[in-house]
Each structure stands twice: as C-alpha cells, then as structure tokens.
Design a protein around this ligand. Structure first.
Ligand code: BDR
Ligand code: CA
Length: 316
C-alpha cells in the first residue's frame, strides 16, 4: 500500500507541534502541505510557527496561510490562549522569525491538491474548521473527491474545555464545523471524550526526546509551559489532543467509533456544542435528516496510542 497523502490544517500550538513532528516522522505518511488557521495564536503567528518548525526539522513542504477569523457571524470576542500556548503560540521558546500577515491561500491549496489527487487526500484538521469550510464554499464538489477528513474537535459526552458546552476548535468557528460535519465526505472527529485521556508526562516526553534527537527535543522544549498549565488543571502530563488525531490516520483500530449525523450549535449559550444523532436512533430528526453519517471516537486504546507516538517520534 502506498503512503497516506496528508494535508495538515493546524494552528501551532504546542500539541499541534507534536502532531506535526509525528506526521513528518511517520514512514507511512506523505505530508503534502500544511495550511494554517488562527486559534492558538493569530494566523500570522501560527503560519510563522509552522514554517519555523519545519525548517528546524529540515523538512520542505508547502505552508499556506489561511483564515484570520471565523465564518460564524456575531462571534463573541476572544483572547488567544497565551496562558496555554504562550504569547508566540509555541510555549514562548525563542523564534527568530517575525510573524507577518500573508495572503490567505489555504482553501485554494486544499482544493488544488484534492483535484490533483482525486480520492486520495486525507485532511487532518486540528484547529478551527474555517479553511475546510471555505474550501467547501469555493468548490463544493471537492467533498466527493477527498479521501477522508479527520479532525481534532468536539465534546460529545463530556463537558467542553472552553465553555461547559464546547471544545475550543469547534467553539472557535461553530458554523464552519457544522458545514464540515454536514458535507458529503467522511469525517471522523477525535474529541475531548478521548483526547483528555491521552497524556504524556514530563519524564515520558524527555525519554522520547532522548531517543529521538534534536527534532524531538525541540518539541519537548516548547512543551514545558504547556505541561505546567495542564498540571495546574489537574492533569498528570500534557494532553496530546492533536497528535491523538494524527494517530488515527494510520491506526484506526486503536479507536472505538460511534456513527451518526452531527450538528453543531452556532448561536446562543450552547455555541459550539456538538450533537450526534446516533444512526440507530428512532424518531423525528428534522434538523439532522438527510445529513451524511459521520463518526467520532468515543473511546480508544490510550496506552497503545501513546506507545505509537513514542515509537514514531522516538526514532533516531
Ligand atoms: C484543541 O484546541 C487547541 O488549543 C489545541 O491545539 C487543540 O487542537 C483542544 O481543544
Ligand atoms: Ca490545534
């Protein structure tokens, strides 16, 4: 079997950085490009960060800047989560390059890659869904031409991490997320239901870096404040949300999925709430009828997921 052709849509972001490292080190993954979005920091910062990471690792793949704001109308104002990801988005490690505003070419890049590789592209989206939704708006036919879409996002049976209702990536552009779940492509969400149980503590992270060398050491260095934040929040280590979703690309058997149609609330106090209509539910479903069946990971083999990350990122 050939390699998985992946486009990574991301807002680096500390856990995004680990996921990006995982993608470039995985022997079965061919990373075709990176598209960036605002979220953990401004899009100028997240784009600069993606380029900085790839250059530091000696990897040359295209990086396309994407959305600077949500599609959802009347979004509440928000501050970037500097207390989690640092003011520069990468744990305030030293980054020599300035962040500059760039033209938004992410949606166009996604469309062009999908059309050039029909049925083959796997999109891994671990930030707000704005770039994906914009690509669907610009060229709805791509839904049929994408291999599948894997996202880190949602909180289906657990409280959110940004409001009681919502997970941050979905909350940040809930209308875009509703469009992504409603499009006629295969979406698998890796939500907080699972990701908040995938943890790597300081000692384990350093052990992976000791084996993996300078590239992984950079990830460990930029993760230190993030680990401290999660420690104060009661977690024994860093929550590796985005890398957990990356593992799904090649190891779907480690995840237990449930299927149904998904809607996202994009107004009111439930802004960003993800609701699945399970496929075996009987009864009227006016707001869900006709939508495609999607999936989310309700559970998974947490130890095996962490072991896989340690194997891939801890290679010399
Ligand atoms: C998600 O929000 C971001 O802060 C993280 O990078 C992750 O993608 C977790 O809710
Ligand atoms: Ca992210």
């Amino acid at each position: 079997m050939g390699k998985h052709k992946v486009i990574f849509d991301t807002d680096p972001g500390v856990d995004d950085a680990l996921a990006l490292y995982y993608l470039i080190r995985h022997p079965q993954i061919e990373l075709l490009g990176v598209t960036t979005v605002f979220g953990n920091a401004s899009v100028a910062d997240t784009t600069r960060n993606a380029r900085f990471l790839l250059r530091s690792w000696g990897v040359s793949v295209p990086v396309h800047a994407g959305a600077a704001e949500a599609l959802t109308p009347d979004m509440p104002s928000e501050d970037y989560p500097t207390h989690i990801h640092g003011t520069n988005g990468l744990g305030d490690i030293d980054i020599p390059d300035p962040a500059v505003e760039e033209r938004d070419t992410a949606a166009r890049f996604l469309i062009d890659q999908v059309r050039a590789n029909p049925g083959q592209i796997r999109i891994l989206a671990v930030g707000r869904m704005t770039n994906l939704a914009r690509a669907l708006q610009m060229d709805p036919e791509i839904a049929d031409l994408v291999g599948d879409v894997v996202i880190m996002g949602g909180a289906f049976r657990v409280p959110g991490n940004i409001t009681p209702a919502a997970e941050a990536n979905i909350w940040g552009d809930p209308l875009a997320a509703d469009m992504v779940f409603g499009a006629d492509w295969h979406v698998t969400a890796i939500p907080l239901d699972l990701t908040t149980r995938t943890l790597i503590n300081r000692r384990e992270l350093q052990a992976i870096a000791d084996k993996g060398g300078p590239g992984m050491q950079l990830v460990a260095d930029l993760s230190q404040d993030y680990i401290a934040f999660y420690g104060q929040a009661g977690f024994d280590g860093m929550v590796i949300h985005d890398c957990c979703a990356a593992v799904f690309l090649t190891d779907p058997d480690l995840f237990r999925l449930v299927h149904g149609q998904v809607r996202v609330l994009w107004q009111g106090i439930g802004l960003g709430l993800t609701i699945m209509n399970p496929r075996d539910r009987k009864g009227p479903n006016a707001e869900w009828d006709g939508l495609p069946l999607q999936a989310y990971a309700q559970d998974g083999d947490v130890d095996a997921i962490i072991t896989r990350i340690a194997q891939v990122c801890g290679q010399e």
